[in-house]
Design a protein. Structure first.
Length: 372
């Protein structure tokens, strides 16, 4: 235990860790503030924090690390540690957003449809990526980001995948590339759905289902649901309004992240793992933090049911506190990003995500008409 504490103490108690912690926290707070404005709301706080992290790496390199290899290594390690550990804790706290009672009652119909949508989208996106020659690691990250819930899915699934030490930098670059792709794609399709869906003569529940089922980030689904929402029309039609349905369907997809992460961990171990242990046995990188995600979802739901006045407390944990940790992880990831690697590897998975996103909208349209 003493050796363990000393080892981690040396990694945490450094000037570089303090610097990166302060920078990523500021980036996150700016992202949360900026995401309140209409023009930036559709991006969301996490993507804004990531973009800030990508920008601030330049002054850090120019003014702090320069040609000092010790500082360079310290900044890289600190950013990597925050991106890794804070991401997991942030996803655990994100579970407080999931009202399981709402999902299993009002959203009962959405859960099996979400499972279908997520499965088909991941398989289609991965298949297109591989046909285009995209590396399996990049392919599965883009596929899960497109199929489940954007940046959180990319990072959550990435936590299920173990690579050799020499591929850690490549994995980090793939994570940023995949996040950038789903962020751009989700923003484009959110704007298109807000503009186009009303012309199809759908009811409010159908519009909300399509938004929640086809858009990538939670921020995208919320923004589109709000843009399409007409509570008076929904009451007249006798259906749930677009904003509520978009949230229910999107959170149903978020719940699928638990199962996707576990399945990907097992699949990657069997098909692509490069990591071995003593005796030549592989160890599956089981995403234990996903059990924490389920636990917080259950705790939050129990609190809301037993103590209705706790709604504000649960909301703060699932929204504000979770965003702080997730935002710091995103900003830290941005600090370590390699722009040359993104430019080199990003075009093909972007095209694959575009094609599968179009197919995803078509699938959700068909399901909306058939079931709502």
């Amino acid at each position: 235990m003493k050796e363990f504490c000393m080892k981690w103490g040396k990694r945490i108690a450094t000037k570089q860790m303090l610097l990166i912690a302060i920078v990523t926290l500021i980036a996150t707070l700016i992202g949360m503030w900026a995401a309140q404005f209409d023009g930036l709301k559709i991006l969301g706080a996490l993507i804004i924090a990531l973009l800030i992290g990508m920008v601030v790496q330049f002054p850090i390199r120019a003014w702090y690390t320069k040609d000092d290899p010790v500082r360079q290594a310290g900044v890289k390690d600190a950013a990597g540690l925050i991106a890794n550990k804070f991401l997991r804790f942030g996803i655990i706290l994100l579970g407080f957003k999931l009202n399981l009672e709402l999902l299993f009652t009002t959203g009962a119909k959405c859960l099996p449809l979400a499972a279908l949508v997520v499965t088909v989208t991941i398989l289609i996106t991965y298949g297109i990526c591989r046909l285009m020659g995209v590396d399996p690691l990049m392919a599965i990250l883009v596929s899960c980001g497109t199929g489940v819930c954007g940046a959180a899915a990319v990072m959550g699934v990435s936590g299920s995948i173990k690579v050799s030490p020499k591929r850690e930098s490549e994995k980090e670059n793939d994570e940023v590339t995949a996040i950038a792709i789903v962020a751009i794609m989700g923003t484009i399709f959110a704007l298109l759905e807000i503009a186009i869906l009303p012309a199809f003569g759908l009811n409010q529940a159908q519009e909300g289902f399509i938004a929640g089922g086809s858009l990538h980030e939670i921020a995208h689904a919320v923004a589109a649901g709000d843009g399409l929402n007409n509570a008076a029309l929904a009451a007249q039609q006798g259906v749930v309004d677009a904003a509520t349905m978009a949230n229910i369907m999107k959170l149903s997809r978020v719940l699928m992240l638990v199962f996707v992460s576990i399945i990907v961990a097992i699949w990657w171990d069997k098909r692509h793992s490069e990591v071995t242990e003593v005796g030549g046995k592989r160890k599956v990188a089981f995403p234990w933090f996903m059990l924490g995600f389920i636990a917080t979802a259950a705790i939050g739901t129990l609190l809301l049911t037993a103590i209705p006045s706790s709604a504000q407390f649960v909301s703060v944990l699932g929204n504000d506190v979770a965003k702080i940790f997730l935002g710091m992880a995103m900003a830290a990831l941005g600090i370590n990003v390699n722009f040359k690697a993104i430019a080199k590897t990003g075009i093909k998975p972007f095209i694959a995500s575009l094609i599968s996103s179009i197919i995803l909208v078509a699938i959700c349209y068909g399901l909306a008409v058939a079931f709502f």
